[in-house]
Design a protein around this ligand. Structure first.
Ligand code: 5GP
Ligand code: MN
Length: 336
């Protein structure tokens, strides 16, 4: 284990640093990773961000995105960076299984490992942990790490601010989830003061749809949305054939599950998608309904209480059936 003083001593000299984040990275994963990247390079470190898989094009504008290595596209080069690193930052995940094959490389690496994360039940693979489930985003924790722990608010430049703003904006559902405290708003205000162009970032992330993505959304809402009123639950399931028909790629389904939750009275929303090798589930809930418990118990997954995910090795139809079958167990919580 490292304490803060020891970590600061390591960071006092130029080091080889790898930053990695969970597979299929979202706005918080990429925002926190590139935010930390843009901070560390100012301190003279040699830094590489390595993602386990690719990520949506609406995140490719993030400052210094071209510096990111995608493990599945450059395995040997990525493995070399991991093996030669002095320090590895693990951002927005807390179990090495969340970074696929890269997880074993990280586990075996001689580097000290720093976890910065806000998910429940961290696994014990790190040497230093900056972790809180109360944070609305890992990007919030990166901000607090730089400002409160490293005491270097002056290093939050426009690039760092733009990345961290993106992470907080996306993971807080545009500043509306319960974790969006007044402290979060103060951080966001500071990020805007430091150069984050909030209006532009919203546009780049949310008003950047290809036409097929919007048509796919319309198709899902009209034809695929199923409302199970008895359980205050709504779900959308999508087959591989439908994804292909609408030419849907990474990230295009992000946010889709939230539409199901906008129906009056709905407490649980599910998006069930047939991917290449498996069926992926995304659950969202309101209030204290534990979406993560369902994912953990039935779908080898987990996450936050109101936003969780998992997977199934069964067919799409069987997974949908299994999801419907488990609802009676949660009925009393769902109809409160
Ligand atoms: P999404 O539905 O956007 O894919 O994921 C929502 C949240 O659920 C993520 O922030 C993550 O915490 C969690 N999550 C999604 N998929 C998995 C999974 O397969 N395993 C675990 N443990 N958590 C997941
Ligand atoms: Mn996050």
């Amino acid at each position: 284990m490292l304490d803060l003083t020891a970590l600061k001593e390591i960071l006092a000299y130029p080091r080889h640093i790898v930053i990695t984040t969970h597979h299929k990275p979202d706005g918080d994963a990429m925002g926190s990773s590139l935010g930390l990247y843009n901070y560390l390079v100012q301190k003279g470190h040699h830094v590489k961000v390595i993602t386990p898989t690719d990520y949506p094009v609406f995140l490719h504008w993030l400052p210094n995105n071209p510096e990111v290595l995608i493990y599945t596209e450059k395995k040997e080069e990525s493995a070399r960076y991991v093996a030669e690193a002095d320090l590895i930052f693990c951002l927005d995940f807390n179990s090495l299984s969340r970074i696929n094959e890269l997880g074993e490389r990280v586990r075996e690496a001689a580097a000290k490992k720093v976890m910065i994360d806000h998910h429940l039940e961290p696994e014990d693979f790190d040497d230093y942990r900056y972790w809180s489930i109360n944070a609305c985003a890992t990007a919030q924790l990166v901000y607090e790490f730089i400002v409160k722990e490293m005491k270097e608010p002056n290093l939050i430049n426009k690039d760092v601010a733009s990345c961290l703003y993106t992470g907080i904006m996306t993971d807080s559902g545009s500043f509306r989830f319960p974790t969006t405290t007044s402290a979060v708003h103060l951080i966001v205000a500071d990020l805007i003061d430091k150069g984050a162009e909030n209006w532009k970032i919203h546009q780049l992330v949310y008003d950047n749809f290809a036409e097929n993505r919007l048509r796919f959304l319309g198709y899902c809402l009209l034809n695929k949305l199923e409302v199970l009123s008895e359980y205050n639950t709504a779900m959308i399931s999508v087959s591989k054939e439908e994804l292909e028909r609408f030419n849907i790629s990474t990230g295009d389904t992000e946010g889709l599950v939230n539409y199901a939750l906008t129906i009056n009275g709905i407490r649980l929303a599910a998006l069930i998608i047939e991917r290449e090798q498996l069926v992926k589930l995304s659950l969202r809930s309101t209030g204290d309904f534990p979406a993560n418990e369902i994912c953990k118990k039935y779908f080898q997954g987990g996450g936050h209480r109101n936003a969780a995910g998992g997977q199934s090795g069964e067919s799409l139809d069987a997974t949908v059936a299994r999801f419907k079958q488990l609802l009676p167990e949660y009925k009393s919580l769902l109809i409160q």
